[in-house]
Ligand binder design. Structure first.
Ligand code: HMG
Ligand code: MG
Length: 357
C-alpha cells in the first residue's frame, strides 16, 4: 500500500562521486558519508574496489572502508554499507581490510567486552544539527547519538548489452558472470549479502534505447540463481520512460523475479527518473537507489547527468504517503553542501526548494 516503507539506497558517495575529474579529499568523502548516516538512511554505497586505472576517483575507497570500520558513523539505526567490486582482485583488496578489522574486533571483544558508548562523548557527536527543522516529518526519529556497528554488503555489476559490458568491465556478459562465481561463494562463506546491478536495462549509449527486457530478465534470473540477494536494475543512460519501465517490470515478473528481490536505479538524464520511480512504486517495488544532490554524470559526455536526487525521490515518495524514514531537511542541507564542495550546481529541485522555504 501507499503507506509502505520504501528503502532508499544512497549511492552518492560511490556513483555520485566516481565521475568527478577533480580529486576529492578523502575527508570530504567521509564527511559526506557521516552526514548521510544521520539522516535516517539505512543503506549507503560508500565506495568501490575497481581498478584505479579505470576509475581513479574511487582509489581511496580502502581508506574510507577502514575509517568506517574503525569509527562507525553515528546514525539513528544500524546502517549497511555497500562496496562495489568487479572481480576477485577487488574482493581481495576489500577483504584485506574488512577481515583484519573483523578479526581484531573479535579479539578485542573476547578480551574486553565493549561498554556501551556514553552519549555526547563519542566522535562526531559535536556535528552541527542546527539544520534540523522543527517542521520535519513527525515520523522521523531524532538521530540517536549511538554509533551502531556497520553492516557490510557487496555489490557486483554486469550489463544488459555486450558493448556496454566491454566498455565498463573489459569482458563479455558471460565472462562477467563467470567472474562473479568466486565472489559469490566467498561472500556466502562470510555471510555477506550481495547485490547485483544490471546496467543499461532501459537504454544503452552504444546499442541504443531499445534494450531487450527479456535479456534483463534472463540476467536477473541467472544472478539470483547464482546467489544474489538483490538485483538493482539500472537505467544508466536515463533513456527509460514510464511505458518502458512498466514493460520491463512486467517482463521481470513474468520471468519469476519477485518484486522484493528488485531495486531500481534511475539516472535522470532525460528528467524521467521520478515518473519512472512512481511507476515502479505502483508496481510494488520498495527499494530505490538515489544520490544526494543528484550527483554524478560524466563531464565529457554532453547532457549526461547523475542519479535521481535523493531529495527529489524522498519528497515525491512522502507526498504519496510512503515512509522513507529519511529527514528531508537534513538531506537538503547535505545536497547543497556537497554540491558546493564539488563546485557543481545542486541538481535537486526539491532540495533547493526546501532550503528556500
Ligand atoms: P582490465 O584492465 O581488463 O583488468 O580491467 P586486468 O585484470 O587486466 O588488470 C589491469 C590492471 O588493473 C592490473 O594492474 C590489475 O592488477 C588492476 P597492473 O598489473 O596493470 O598494475 N586491477 C585492479 N586494481 C584494483 N582493484 C581491482 C582491480 N582489477 C584489476 N578490482 C576491470 C577490468 C574490471 C578491473 C576494469 O574494467 C574496472 O575496474 N572496471 C570498473 C569500471 C567502473 O568503475 N565503472 C563504474 C562502476 S559501474 C556503474 O557505475 C554502474 C552502476 O552505477 C549501475 C548503472 O547506473 O548502470 C553500478
Ligand atoms: Mg549508476
Amino acid at each position: 500500500s501507499a503507506a509502505d516503507y520504501v528503502r532508499i539506497v544512497e549511492v552518492g558517495p560511490r556513483d555520485g562521486l566516481q565521475n568527478e575529474k577533480r580529486s576529492i579529499p578523502v575527508a570530504t568523502k567521509i564527511e559526506l558519508i557521516e552526514r548521510l548516516a544521520r539522516t535516517g538512511l539505512r543503506t549507503i554505497e560508500a565506495g568501490s574496489f575497481v581498478s584505479p586505472k579505470w576509475t581513479p576517483q574511487m582509489a581511496n575507497s580502502s581508506e574510507i572502508l577502514e575509517h568506517i570500520l574503525r569509527h562507525p558513523p553515528i546514525s539513528p539505526h544500524p546502517i549497511s554499507y555497500q562496496w562495489l567490486l568487479p572481480n576477485v582482485k577487488g574482493l581481495d583488496n576489500f577483504l584485506n581490510i574488512w577481515q583484519a578489522h573483523v578479526s581484531s574486533k573479535q579479539d578485542q571483544q573476547d578480551a574486553y567486552p565493549t561498554p556501551p558508548p556514553s552519549p555526547g562523548t563519542e566522535e562526531g557527536s559535536t556535528l552541527d544539527t542546527s539544520s534540523q527543522n522543527p517542521n520535519a516529518m513527525p515520523s522521523t526519529p531524532p538521530p540517536s547519538p549511538s554509533p551502531f556497528p556497520p553492516k557490510t554488503e557487496l555489490s557486483i555489476f554486469t550489463a544488459a548489452t555486450e558493448t556496454f559490458t566491454q566498455k565498463n568491465t573489459n569482458c563479455s556478459i558471460a565472462e562477467s558472470l563467470a567472474r562473479f562465481e568466486p565472489i559469490m561463494s566467498r561472500a556466502k562463506e562470510l555471510s555477506l549479502p550481495v547485490r547485483a546491478y544490471i546496467s543499461v536495462a532501459l537504454g544503452c549509449p552504444y546499442e541504443g534505447p531499445d534494450v531487450d527486457p527479456h535479456k534483463v530478465a534472463e540476467l536477473a534470473v541467472n544472478l539470483l540463481e547464482m546467489g544474489a540477494d538483490e538485483i538493482s536494475v539500472a537505467d544508466t543512460t536515463g533513456m527509460g520512460t514510464a511505458l518502458k519501465t512498466a514493460d520491463l517490470l512486467k517482463t521481470l515478473a513474468a520471468a519469476g523475479v519477485e518484486k522484493s528481490d528488485l531495486a531500481l536505479h534511475f539516472h535522470d538524464t532525460y528528467g524521467q527518473a521520478l515518473v519512472n520511480s512512481v511507476v515502479a512504486l505502483e508496481f510494488g517495488i520498495r527499494t530505490f537507489d538515489a544520490a544526494v544532490g543528484g550527483l554524478g554524470g560524466c563531464p565529457y559526455s554532453p547532457g549526461a547527468t547523475g542519479n535521481v536526487a535523493t531529495e527529489d525521490l524522498v519528497h515525491c515518495f512522502h507526498s504519496l504517503g510512503a515512509k522513507t524514514g529519511v529527514d528531508m531537511e537534513m538531506l537538503a542541507g547535505i545536497g547543497e553542501w556537497i554540491s558546493g564542495e564539488l563546485g557543481r550546481a545542486n541538481e535537486s529541485r526539491a532540495g533547493k526548494a526546501t532550503l528556500a522555504r
